[in-house]
Design a protein around this ligand. Structure first.
Ligand code: HEC
Ligand code: HEC
Length: 286
């Protein structure tokens, strides 16, 4: 132990086996830094939101709030997009896709709308799932040009909230006893034969007759579908509800009734047009 230090500051009086504890004071620079942090801490908790109270923290005299800051940022973006949103909301639907700048804006902001409002049903990549159509292909139930897509999104499909929703209803041929089991098996085999192999080929011919009598009015004589009624093309091997014998039988026995909400009350016109442009360019826009 340095005797010089011991002489200068003395010891604390503690001693173990001849080892004494020096009473050297903390370095000045350290001490002042320490005091400075205390002062800083006090000022900070007065200036900024800090002390938890019952329903919120003390606000701080600078009035800083992360929530307000986010709101400000959002308002700033909304303000800077106001002009182009206005243009988007009022342009001719077909003019959107032919104006590169407007289209680019619509597609990128429409992508954000899609991920927020549509992905739960149609999938984040818009590839769909059973009962929820794939929006990436060029197979459309109700139509794939800007106007048809815009109408579908604006009003939705078979929902009860919007009187202008797209509507059609396939009869439940089995449940309502419009066809017997044999006829259903026949027509299912016929439908299977249209895009692949029938399970029981001997029933296809009779099934064609059942189809002509009961199904052609909606699905078309050639079974290629009818967009006015949202009746799917049954020849393209693209299935909304499944193309195997079991799924098809279920479809014919109980029918299907896919519902999509109306968006006119939830999204702005600019948002609806943006997401329409987004869906339109995904792959199958017409
Ligand atoms: C609650 C589920 C649900 C949500 C959310 C939803 N959809 Fe749909 N959508 C459906 C269903 C189900 C259908 C198919 C209805 C049918 O069978 O005709 C459909 C059909 C469509 C079609 C028609 C496709 C065609 O082939 O004609 C478009 C376009 C579409 N949706 C776009 C959107 C967009 C854009 C959004 C978000 C703003 C959205 N959907 C949100 C369930 C949903
Ligand atoms: C009144 C019109 C109408 C009639 C008649 C009708 N359908 Fe449909 N069918 C539809 C509509 C609309 C849908 C789509 C339902 C949905 O998307 O929820 C559909 C869907 C289907 C599907 C599902 C396709 C897929 O992609 O999964 C099959 C299969 C089908 N119909 C077969 C038939 C057969 C077979 C008959 C005759 C026995 C028939 N339909 C009669 C309107 C009709």
């Amino acid at each position: 132990m340095s005797d010089e230090l011991k002489d200068k500051h003395g010891t604390t009086g503690h001693e173990w086996d001849g080892i004494e504890e020096l009473n050297t004071p903390l370095p000045r620079w350290w001490l002042w830094t320490f005091y400075a942090t205390i002062v800083w801490g006090v000022i900070y908790t007065i200036a900024y939101p800090a002390w938890p109270l019952i329903s919120q923290a003390t606000p701080g005299f600078l009035g800083f709030s992360t929530r307000a800051q986010v709101e400000q940022d959002i308002n700033a973006v909304a303000e800077s997009n106001a002009a182009i949103n206005e243009q988007l909301a009022t342009a001719d639907l077909t003019a959107i896709t032919s104006d590169p700048q407007l289209n680019q804006y619509a597609v990128s902001s429409g992508g954000a709308v899609f991920r927020t409002w549509c992905a739960q049903c149609h999938g984040s990549g818009a590839a769909g799932a059973k009962g929820y159509p794939n929006l990436l292909d060029d197979d459309w139930l109700w139509g794939g040009d800007m106007e048809a897509i815009h109408y579908t999104i604006t009003h939705g499909i078979r929902n009860e909230e919007d009187p202008e929703a797209r509507y059609s209803e396939m009869p439940a041929f089995g449940r309502d006893e419009l066809l017997d089991d044999t006829q259903i098996d026949q027509v299912v085999n016929y439908v299977m034969s249209l895009s692949g192999e029938a399970r029981t080929p001997s029933r296809v011919e009779a099934g064609a007759q059942v189809f002509a009598d009961n199904c052609a009015a909606c699905h078309g004589e050639n079974a290629t579908g009818d967009r006015d009624q949202g009746a799917p093309d049954l020849t393209d091997a693209i299935w909304l509800y499944g193309g195997d014998h079991e799924s098809l039988t279920e479809t014919v026995v109980n029918a299907r009734f896919g519902v999509m909400p109306s968006w006119s009350g939830r999204l702005t016109q600019a948002q609806i047009r943006a997401v329409s442009a987004y869906v339109h360019q995904l792959g199958g826009g017409e």
